[in-house]
Design a protein around this ligand. Structure first.
Ligand code: ACM
Length: 680
């Protein structure tokens, strides 16, 4: 059907003698519905502009138009009319709009300012690329209410002008939430009047680069000290950012981490930790009333600064280690009838939720907030896969889907050797685009609680604004389309053409978008099946060297299935071994064969603890009892920052039916990962 529509579109544009690319080849995110007519609306000789909307919305629409250089000229013949109406045919979302384009007149209608704003974005996008707007009608509205980008301004601080620049870009693609990860161990980034030490000390650290600091002394510094690195937004900065975003129909969602990721707070205010010592704890003491006083005071200032309905309270990755022995925490657990530390975390989240609700706001938390019982009105941000989101909607809560596998834009977007160092993993734009936030297993009612989707740009390995933009664009465009366009209209090949165009536009405007046109792609070995002598043959695993349940790569047949792994250690093609026995497998070739080479590739990526083997032994046998060694290979394993691959193999001439391949770990321990034992 889609092919038919595209063919019809092309035919129509040919029939109309139009050389411009059509709406479907430009607009990103793809609109819900578009129809074509002959002719085009050209901007040459200027346009008249008429806006019929309440004062506040009118001002924002005028601003949007003028930001795009569309300024009304009274004497012009052509006109753009923008109207807010009570009802617009075919639209039921306040963010939806309908545009009718004739050679002399563009009429844009919506039921709210947001809808008109998106109509302007559509007009501007088409004009930017095609120079004029093809005649026809666009009826458009979003699939999800929540379409977000998260910026981590803690691990590396990015100033307000940078944030505003990103707001401009994401608004163009109809993203409507900017989640700021404002607090974490690496630095507190927002001025709180009542707690000045948060910005006098906790916003500054001893090293500029997160990785030097995190693997170094992890010290904080007084503001103004010669070696203090960091920064923060003043309350004035925040007001400016919030207004800038609101003018572009983007809501800023502030995240204040609790109860964990709070080393910086607990160094500035150590009395809020279980041990009362600086530099010792990441988790707040939940038994101490002072913790709640602090959190409520901070949140009060945060809610004064950020009008967002939703306040993100973190909730992820609490170690909870000190809570089991802390006298105040154990007392609290006893008094509240809490049976474990997960319930103690939920006690904190629920109590904070009551406070936030009492101010007319709601909380969002990372999916760990489900673990000890979900706070009654909380929205869950599902990041450790999709289970958290599924559980949340089944319990009647809203969920925002941002599973790491698809939405963590700090992963490599292309072959790691072509990219700046990233956190790990391989997440090309095609994979981001393949994500559907509504899992198949949900009922219609549950699916309606999927609030939206978000791309997260964690910044541990992103020290500069340039690099941050490189990671955001163009992958956020995939998130934008996932969030906006009907699932049945999505098509990667078509999207890619539009994304390539968008990259050109972004780069023209001074964004350091990754040049998608030069994408290298996945590991070449992973792109085709490898037919070799061992393919499909049985592999026996020695009892002391099982593969790890999370990294089975499909199980016992994985090492002879002809399938090689890609750049990503978790692409389900790499088999992982964590035991002391390493890898010890025997392949039965079914009959004695002439063999000229035996080899296996290994991966090293130290952040998740995957190392190359220190020793490999390859041996052959005719009868599976007497083996003769073909090769003993040793390698000096050294921890590094890169993703690397190494083949350990033998070449020669032998005859054998059984091949034994053993690989052992170095003194670092950790995993060893291989994908295929290739015998030729
Ligand atoms: C997270 O990535 N820790 C939410």
């Amino acid at each position: 059907m889609r092919r038919f529509i595209l063919a019809a579109t092309i035919l129509l544009s040919v029939a109309c003698g139009k050389e411009n690319p059509t709406i479907d080849e430009i607009l990103l995110p793809a609109p819900m519905h578009s129809e074509y007519a002959c002719g085009e609306f050209s901007f040459s000789n200027g346009v008249k502009i008429a806006i019929d909307a309440p004062e506040e919305e009118r001002k924002k629409i005028e601003l949007a138009l003028s930001n795009d250089g569309i300024v009304g000229k009274e004497s012009a013949k052509k006109e753009i009319k923008l109207l807010i109406k009570e009802r617009v045919a075919g639209i039921d979302s306040p963010e939806g709009y309908r545009i009718t384009i004739t050679p002399e007149l563009i009429t844009a209608e919506a039921t709210s300012g947001a809808g008109l704003f998106y109509a302007v974005q559509t007009i501007a996008q088409l004009r930017d690329t095609a120079g004029s707007i093809p005649c026809g009608t666009i009826t458009d509205q979003p699939r999800f209410e929540y379409r977000g980008l998260m910026l981590d301004v803690s691990r590396h601080f990015f100033g307000k002008e940078y944030v505003k620049k990103q707001i401009d870009a994401i608004a163009r693609y109809k993203i409507n939430r900017l989640h700021l990860h404002l607090t974490d161990a690496a630095g507190w980034r927002v001025e709180i009047k009542q707690y000045p030490r948060l910005t006098q000390l906790a916003a500054w650290r001893s090293q500029q680069l997160w990785k030097d600091w995190w693997y170094g002394d992890r010290q904080y510094r007084e503001e103004g000290a010669e070696d203090a690195h960091g920064g923060y937004y003043t309350q004035e900065d925040i007001r400016e950012i919030v207004k800038y975003a609101a003018d572009r129909y983007i809501t800023i969602i502030p995240e204040i981490e609790m109860p964990a990721h709070s080393e910086e707070v607990l160094t500035a205010y150590p009395e809020l930790s279980c041990t009362h010592e600086p530099y010792k704890q990441a988790d707040f003491c939940v038994g101490n009333e002072a913790t709640f006083e602090f959190l409520e005071n901070v949140l009060t200032e945060i809610m004064e600064l950020f009008p967002s309905e939703y306040i993100h309270i973190g909730g992820d990755e609490a170690g909870k280690a000190s809570w089991g022995t802390c006298p105040l925490c154990t007392k609290r657990m006893k008094e509240e009838g809490l049976t474990n530390v997960n319930e103690l975390q939920s006690y904190l989240i629920e109590r904070v939720e009551r406070f936030v609700n009492s101010k007319g706001r709601n909380i969002i938390g990372w999916d760990e907030i489900l673990e000890g019982g979900l706070a009654p009105n909380a929205t869950v941000m599902s990041w450790r896969g999709t289970d958290g989101g599924i559980k949340a909607v089944r319990a009647g809560h809203k969920a925002i889907m941002t599973p790491g596998e698809f939405c963590y834009l700090d992963s490599y977007q292309d072959a790691p050797h072509t990219q700046p160092q990233a956190f790990g993993g391989y997440l090309p734009i095609e994979k981001v685009y393949s994500y559907n936030p509504v899992p198949d297993s949900l009922s219609h009612q549950e699916a309606a609680l999927i609030y939206g989707v978000q791309g997260n740009v964690w910044a541990e390995y992103i020290p500069t604004e340039q690099q941050n933009e490189h990671m955001i664009y163009p992958r956020i465009l995939a998130i934008a389309e996932i969030g906006w366009s009907p699932q049945e209209k999505r098509d990667y090949t078509q999207f890619r053409t539009r994304a390539l165009n968008a990259v050109k536009q972004l780069r023209k405007k001074g964004y350091n978008a990754f040049d998608l046109s030069s994408e290298y792609g996945n590991r070449p070995q992973s792109l085709a099946t490898n037919n070799h002598l061992a393919k499909g043959k049985k592999v026996a695993y020695a009892p002391g060297s099982p593969y790890y349940p999370t990294y089975t790569a499909g199980g016992d047949s994985a090492l002879t299935d002809g399938v090689h792994g890609g750049w990503n250690n978790s692409d389900k093609r790499w088999q992982g071994f964590i035991g002391r026995g390493g890898i010890d497998v025997c392949i039965d070739l079914d009959e004695e064969l002439e063999i000229k080479s035996i080899a296996a590739d290994f991966m090293q990526i130290c952040e998740p603890g995957i190392y190359l083997p220190a020793e490999v032994e390859i041996a052959a046998s005719a009868d599976s009892s007497t083996f003769h060694t073909l090769a003993n290979i040793t390698h000096n394993v050294v921890r590094d920052d890169t993703l690397s691959f190494k083949s350990y193999g033998w070449e020669g001439n032998t005859k054998a039916r059984y091949i034994r391949y053993r690989a052992t770990r170095g003194k670092q321990g950790g995993f060893i990962f291989t994908d295929e034992i290739v015998i030729k």
